[in-house]
Write a protein that binds this ligand. Structure first.
Ligand SMILES: [Zn+2]
Length: 368
């Protein structure tokens, strides 16, 4: 499988949208789309939450009439088109947000929740919109001369209003690497101090100037866990607008399993299949061999076979289905997700739609 297809499996990464970047400066072209009855205006509050449908299963875009009635004064940003419908972003404040939510009787949702509950396209559109909105919110004065900026190109470029400067500013994306390091059948996971005691994640960090992605992988793993890695390979990528990153997923092999935890982590361990990570950590579990909890929260590379064994595939069909649903992105041996080791299954199927989604993703593996 190519990295293109692998990336498509990642949360926030399946946004198949025509962005029409070359048309953004064409006022007539834009006006036509602003007025089209088929256009939809997605609504993002300044706290990063987006308007969704009442059942919280899709984005709730405003049609042009609703936009006119509820948020007429907000300048729209063009996002792109899909399925014959153009999508715009409206950034609103809390007061406007409360008004829209009350008028339409629908809620707002944050991006992490959207990653697990919205369709892939909607989650991807949200991530795109949030990344752009984060940039717009923080791009108010020229970094060159400190004069105010003015947005152009349908919200995708900021121009300095000082004619002597006139510098143009564009949205930036900061590369970060995330890596699953393996040693034989074990995977290296770490826990940041702010995470709960049993939540471990793959290691990640920002790429520094003058550094290749592979060098960043080696440096981050050594800084965080004291583990030397040899070969590493690119896997796939994922938009990560927290606030302005792209996650570049890698796999890597450790040269030696010795761990020396650095200042960024509270702990780091090798997680092996079919057994608790370390004997003295069994206290919070019901005993060796019990299934470990799994929760899909964000991004990581993870070997599918190890994850499945780590998950223990709980015996009840419902639990098994849910685990499989969490792992539905894994077609090529790598999962994208966060492992949460809780000592018990943490996912519950709460709606019929969850089951339908699992079935659709897994085909005959899922049976009622
Ligand atoms: Zn300037």
């Amino acid at each position: 499988m190519s990295s293109h297809l692998r990336s498509r499996n990642n949360t926030f990464a399946n946004l198949q949208l025509e962005r029409s970047a070359e048309q953004r400066d064409d006022a007539d072209w834009l006006e036509e789309r602003l007025c089209s009855a088929k256009s939809r205006f997605i609504v993002l509050r300044d706290d990063g939450r987006i308007l969704v449908t009442g059942d919280q299963r899709a984005l709730r875009g405003l049609d042009p009439f609703e936009r006119d009635r509820l948020v007429r004064d907000v300048v729209p940003t063009y996002l792109g088109s899909a399925g014959g419908s153009d999508r715009f972003l409206l950034r609103i404040d809390a007061t406007q947000g409360d008004l829209v939510a009350a008028e339409l009787g629908v809620p707002f949702m944050n991006l992490r929740s959207a990653g697990v509950s919205l369709p892939a396209f909607d989650a991807g559109l949200f991530a795109y919109a949030l990344g752009l909105a984060n940039w717009q919110a923080r791009t108010r004065y020229c970094a060159n001369c400190a004069a105010p900026l003015r947005f152009e190109a349908a919200g995708h470029r900021a121009k300095c209003t000082n004619p002597q400067c006139a510098m143009e500013h564009f949205p930036r994306t900061d590369p970060a690497v995330i890596v699953i390091v393996t040693w034989r059948d074990a995977c290296l996971l770490g826990r940041m101090p702010r995470l709960p005691p049993k939540r471990f994640t793959t290691l990640a960090g920002f790429v520094e100037p003058g550094e290749t992605l592979e060098d960043a992988v080696r440096r981050e793993v050594f800084e965080e866990a004291g583990v030397r890695v040899g070969a590493s390979d690119y896997h796939s990528s994922q938009p990560w607008p927290f606030p302005a990153s792209i996650m570049l997923g890698f796999t890597a092999q450790a040269e030696d399993p010795a761990i020396q935890v650095g200042p960024e982590l509270a702990e780091a361990r090798w997680f092996e299949a079919d057994q608790p990570p370390l004997p003295h950590d069994r206290d919070g579990m019901r005993g060796a061999g019990e299934p470990l909890g799994l929760r899909h929260i964000g991004m990581y590379g993870y070997r599918r076979d190890v994850l499945l064994r780590l998950a223990g595939l709980p015996p009840s069909p419902l639990e098994r289905r849910e685990c499989l649903e969490q792992l539905r992105a894994l077609e090529n041996g790598i999962a994208i997700g966060v492992v949460e080791w809780t000592g018990e299954p943490v996912i519950e199927v709460d709606t019929a739609a969850d089951l339908e989604q699992a079935r659709a993703a897994l085909g005959e593996e899922v049976t009622r």
